[in-house]
Structure formats: C-alpha cells, structure tokens
Design a protein around this ligand. Structure first.
Ligand SMILES: NC(=O)c1ccc[n+]([C@@H]2O[C@H](COP(=O)([O-])OP(=O)(O)OC[C@H]3O[C@@H](n4cnc5c(N)ncnc54)[C@H](OP(=O)(O)O)[C@@H]3O)[C@@H](O)[C@H]2O)c1
Length: 293
C-alpha cells in the first residue's frame, strides 16, 4: 500500500509516522519540504507520488493567531484539503483528514453528534469547517475524523504547559467552564492506523463504503480545570512541583483574540458503532502518556 502522510512533525503526524510505517510504503512530509499554501506544488506532489491513501495531519492550529491571519488559516485548513481531495479523487485514493470540535459553538449543553449543526465561533473553526465542506463537495473517498483537545507530551501542548507552570508557580487558575475530550495524539494515531489495517487490500473500496464524518476523541469529558488537576496528580515527577493550589476560573476572566466554545465535547458512538474501536477514557490515556513520555 502506498501511503502519503502530510504533517509528520505535528503532534498527531509524529505519531502517525510510527503507526503507519508497518502498513505499507510510507512517504512522510512536512513544512518546509512541502508548503500547503502553494496549491500547485501540492497538487503536483500528490500526482507524482500516486498514493492509495493520503493522511492529512497538517493544519494551521494557532487558534488565536488565526484571528489576524485568516487568509493563511483558510489556505492551510480549507484550500489545501480541497486540493488533496481533488487529487485523491482523480487517482481513486482515499483522503483521511482531521477536523475539530471547534466547528461547534458549544452552546448546546450536551456532547455533539455528527448530525448536529456546526456554527464555529472563531476563524480557526470556520477554516476547518470550510475544509470539511470542500472535501465533501469534491465527492471522492474520504474520512473526516473530528477530534478535540489533542495533546502530546513531546511537543508544546496544554499538558506540557501545565507541567511547566507546576514547576515555576505556586498557584494556578485554570478555566472550569470549557469542557471537551482530552485526546492523546498517540491513541488517535493508533486507532487511525487500525482502520487501515482493518481495510485490508481493498483499502479504497472498504473505506469508501464507510465514507463520512466521524467524531473520534478521548472517552469521557473534562473541564480544563479537571484536566489540569489530573495532570498534576498523575505527574510522575510530582516532587518537582512548586504549585500548592489550583483554582477554577472563568473563560471571561482571560480574554483571548479567539472566542472558544464552552461545551464542545464530542459523542463518538457513531465511530464505535461503525468500526468497533473506541479511544480509552481520557484519564487512562493521560496516565499512560505521562508515564511513557
Ligand atoms: N491541537 C488540538 O488541540 C486539536 C484539537 C482538535 C482538532 N485538531 C486537529 O487535529 C489535527 C492534528 O492537529 P495537531 O495538534 O497534531 O497539529 P500541529 O501539532 O499544529 O501540527 C500541524 C502540522 O502542520 C504543519 N503545517 C502548518 N502549516 C503548514 C504549511 N503551510 N505547509 C505544510 N505544513 C504545515 C505544521 O508545521 P509547523 O509546526 O512548522 O507549523 C505541523 O507540523 C489537525 O487537523 C487539527 O486541526 C487539533
């Protein structure tokens, strides 16, 4: 199987490079080898490689910076996925793309289903939704996996930030009114690779029968405050912490350029019903992530 992975240095892409390696001939690229802002080059690259499966782990993920760089966010999160979908369609390949809980406005008060109506509150969410729609409009074979609160312990993430603050500060205030599903990038990569293994030799046909949008995130939900508490409790080098207390705070106390949805947790039952796979409970995954490093 010929697999093209775009975004190999990102949180998810780094793990995908490892989980996809046993499944076929893998070509993995990232910026600056390929710049997604240059559509012509992207199109030519895919054409030359002729992959059977394209994994798009690239994204413009700087949620606040996107507010002042909407064109760049759209180029990477919406225009480039359209080019990938078009090239995939031309050669009968499948595109596996990732999207976000930030396509929702977080006002529903319950976990979001794939059938719920998106209404992004910020440029990042709008650009990711535009990417989903572009892929669907092209009409080839695709899986769009919406995930949430992705973290790595290798690259800068909420988890590494909380660990860093815990060693430099005595008191932390963390928002308790933003709720979603913390998702360890390694688990997400493992499960995505298993889809390919399940697909067998007719990967395009098997995945095409199941094409669509799926929610795939860590099981259970947490507020950022609960997540931070769990990080501090499970920290394997707890003796290095200088922090003595963690206080809940409100999002409104920390104004940011991008408005964030409050309850954007995803209901992942459709993915489990279709593929028989589930990401573990977010606490179990966090424990493993912190122990593994
Ligand atoms: N992080 C989250 O909390 C979160 C939540 C929900 C959904 N998601 C989605 O999950 C997927 C993976 O996210 P992630 O956290 O792994 O992202 P990430 O760590 O930010 O990685 C994205 C990768 O894309 C690369 N990239 C950015 N601009 C590029 C360009 N012009 N050309 C080529 N490559 C470029 C980045 O390179 P540089 O580092 O050099 O910019 C980076 O290697 C994305 O679709 C994201 O939208 C993420």
């Amino acid at each position: 199987m010929h697999i093209l992975l775009l975004g190999k240095y990102g949180q998810l892409g780094w793990e995908l490079q490892r989980t996809l390696a046993p499944l076929g001939d893998l070509i993995a690229l990232d910026f600056p080898e390929i710049d997604l802002k240059q559509e012509e080059n992207l199109s030519q690259l895919i054409h030359n490689i002729r992959p059977q499966v394209i994994f798009n782990a690239t994204a413009y993920t700087a949620v606040d910076r996107a507010e002042s760089e909407p064109e760049i966010a759209k180029a990477i999160n919406a225009h480039a996925p359209r080019v990938m979908a078009e090239e995939a369609k031309k050669m009968g390949a499948v595109l596996i793309h990732y999207s976000t809980d930030y396509v929702f406005d977080g006002t529903q008060g319950s976990d979001y289903l794939e059938t719920d109506t998106p209404n992004p509150l910020n440029i990042y969410g709008q650009s990711k939704l535009a990417g989903e729609r572009a892929i669907q409009e092209v009409g080839g074979s695709y899986l769009i996996l919406r995930t949430s609160w992705v973290y790595s312990v290798r690259r800068n993430s909420f988890v590494t930030k909380v660990l860093e603050w815990s060693r430099t500060q005595t008191s932390l205030r963390i928002v308790s009114d933003q709720v979603s599903n913390p998702t360890w990038c390694r688990m997400l990569a493992e499960v995505t690779a298993q889809l390919l293994a399940m697909a067998g030799r007719d990967v395009a046909g098997w995945l095409d029968e199941r094409r669509g949008i799926y929610h795939l995130a860590g099981s259970g939900r947490a507020s950022r405050f609960e997540w931070a508490q769990a990080i501090l409790e499970m920290d394997p080098r707890r003796e290095e912490q200088t922090v003595h207390e963690v206080q809940p705070a409100l999002t409104s106390e920390f104004p940011t350029p991008a408005v964030r949805p409050l309850h954007s947790a995803l209901n992942c039952d459709h993915f489990t019903d279709t593929f028989g796979l589930t990401l573990p409970d977010w606490r179990e995954a966090l424990k493993l992530a912190l122990e593994t490093g």
